[in-house]
Design a protein around this ligand. Sequence first.
Ligand code: HEM
Ligand SMILES: [Cu+2]
Length: 652
Amino acid sequence: MKITKLSDFFVTGDPLIYGADVAIGLTMVAIVVALTAFKRWGWLWREWLTTVDHKRIGIMYVIASLLMLFRGGVDALLMRTQLALPDSMEFLKPDHYNDIFTTHGVIMILFMAMPLMFGLFNLTVPLQIGARDVAFPLLNSLSFWLFFMGAMLFNVSFVIGGSPEAGWLAYPPLSEKMFSPGVGQDFYIWGIQISGIGSLMTGINFIVTILKMRAPGMKLMKMPMFTWSVLSSCLTIILAFPILTVTLALLFIDRYFGAHFFTLDMGGNPMMYINLIWMWGHPEVYIVVLPAFGIFSEIVATFSKKRLFGYGSMVFALMSISIFSFFTWAHHFFTMGSGANVNAFFAVTTMIIAIPTGVKIFNWLFTMYKGKITFELPMLWTMAFIPCFIVGGMTGVMLSVAPADFQFHNSYFLIAHFHQVLIGGVVFGYFAGLYYWWPKVFGFKLNDKLGKWAFWLWNIGFYVCFMPQYVLGLMGMTRRVSSYSWDTGWWSWNFVSTIGGFLMGIGFLFQVWQILHSIKFMERVKGDPWGGRTLEWSIPSPAPFYNFAITPKVEGRDDWWRRKELAAKGVQDPPPKYEPIHMPKNSGTPIVMSLFWFILGFGFVFDWLWLIVPGAIGIAATMLYHSFNYDTDYYVTVDEIKKTEAKAGRVV
Ligand code: HEM
Ligand SMILES: [Cu+2]
C-alpha cells in the first residue's frame, strides 16, 4: 500500500482509538522504564524470553491469553453498550461495530481460548505423565513465540492500518480485495496464519510427548484423563489446522495476486471457501472444548475423593467426538441451498455428538455420587459448568434440526447458544483448570473469598447476559446489527443483556484483584494441596526445573493416590538414588525467528517488498544459524539435584 498521508497508516478520527493510542504508548514507556530502573532486561531475556522450560512457556501462554481476554472482553462490552443504546446515539458507528465483532470473535477463539488451552497443556501434561519436558522443547518455545507474534500482528491492526471487518471467518466475496480494499483483511490472514503454524507445531509436539515420553509403566489406558483429552484435542489439531492454513493461503493469493479461487467471476466459488473454513472451524470448537472435559474429569475425581467413573467410556467418548467433529461442518450453512439430503446427513451427524457428550456428563455425575465432595473453587466452576453446558448443548441440538435452523440461522438465538457453550464450557473449564493447577505452578493458593465473588459475578452475569438473547433471537433480532428501531420491542431485553455483560466484566476484575491480593499475602502450599490423584501432585510446588528428580515407575491409574494408600499402610518408598539429568539449554532462536515472521507478515500486509525481503532472509538465516549450533544441552549434577530437592522439601 502506498502511504501518502498519516491517516493511511495510523487509524485516525475516532476518540476511542486515540484513547487506545495513548494507553498503549504509556504502557510501553512504563514497561521500558520499569525494566531499566530495576535492571531487569537481562533477567527477562535469560529467564523468560529464551526459556525452553514447558512450565515457564505455560505461564507466558496464560499471561498472554488473559491479556487477550481483557482485550476481547472490552470489545464485547463496547458492542453491548452500543446495543443498549440503539437509535438515539451512535456510540459505535456501523463500520466500527463491524471491526469490533470481527476482532472480538477472532481474539476470543484464536488468541484467548487457544493459548489458554496451550498454557494448561504446557503446565500440566509433562507433569502428569512423569516426563522432564515435552518431546521438542525448542519447538515448543517457537510455537509460543509464533502465537505471540501472530497475536500482536493482529492486534496492532486497530491502531495501525485498520481492523478487519468481514466477521471472524472472513467469508468471501466480502473479504476479497474488491469489497475490503484496506489492509485489515491482510492483518487477519497473516496474524492467524503465523500463530496457526505455531498451533500446528504444538499439536505435533504434544502428540509425540504423550505417545513417547510417558514414565515407565504408564500404559495408554493408565493415563490421566486430562492427558487423554489433550491427545484427542491435538489429533484434531493436526487434522484441522492444515485446512485452515491452505484456506487462508488461497484467500491471500486471491487478494495479493488477483487470483479467483473464491470469486464467482473467472470460475471461482465462495462456497468453496465456506466449506473449507468450516471443515476447520467446526473441529476447532471441539479442539477447545475437549481439554475442558479432561479438566472436569480430573477435578470431579479429586474433589469427590473417588476414582473417575467409566474411564474406558470417557476415552471412547473423547475419541469419537474428535472424529465426528469432522463430519458436521455443513450445519453452519443449512440455509445455503445444499438440498434436503445433504442437510439431513449433517443434521444427524451433528446430533450424534450429543451421545458421547451425554455419556461424559453422566460419568461425572456418577463420580460425584456418594463422593466426599469438597467445594473448593475448581469444583465450584465444574459444578457451574454442568448445567450451563447441558442447556447450551440442548439449544445446539435445536439448531441442528435443519428445518428449524431456517428460523434460527444468524439470529441472536445462535449467538446465545455458542456463547453458552464457549463461556460455560470452555472459559469456565479453563478457569477451573487454572484454579486447580495454580498452587502446583506457583506454590501458593489463590484467595478464596475474592474467588467466590468472581465466581458468582461471572455466573449470574452469564445468565443475565445470554438468556435474554435466546428470546431476542426468537423475536427476530439478527446477529451483527449495531442498531435497531424502538418499535421492534427489543430494547428492554438488550438492556438487561448488557447489564449481564458488565457483571461478567466485574467478575474478571475480581479475578485480577484475587491474583494481586494472593501474590501479596502469599499463602505457601506443599506439593499436594488438594489431595490429588495423579503424578503432578507427587512433586513439590512449584515443580523444580527438571520436574522429577527420579522418573516415577507407574503401576496403576491414579498412581500417586495408589502410592499414598500404600504409604498409609506403612509401605515405604526406597531412598532415592539420583542420577545426572539431561536438560535442554535456553535459546534465543525461537523469539528471534518469530520476530522475523512478524516483519515478514507486516511487510505482506502493506505490500512493502523492502520489509518482506529482510523478513524472509531473517527467517532463513536464523534457521541456518541454529542448525550449526551444537551446544544445545547439559547435565544437571547429582549435587545440584540434592540441593534443589532439599530446598523444595520433598512431599514424600
Ligand atoms: C465475556 C462475555 C462476552 C460477551 C458479553 C460477548 C458479546 C458478544 C457480542 C455482543 C457479539 C456480537 C454479536 C453480533 O452482533 O453478531 C459477540 C460475537 C462473538 N463472540 Fe462473544 N462475547 C463474550 C465472550 C465470548 C467468548 C468467551 C468467546 C469465545 C471463546 C466469544 C466468541 C464470539 C464469536 C466467535 C462471535 C462472532 C463474531 C462474528 O460475528 O464474526 N465471545 N460476542
Ligand atoms: Cu459446527
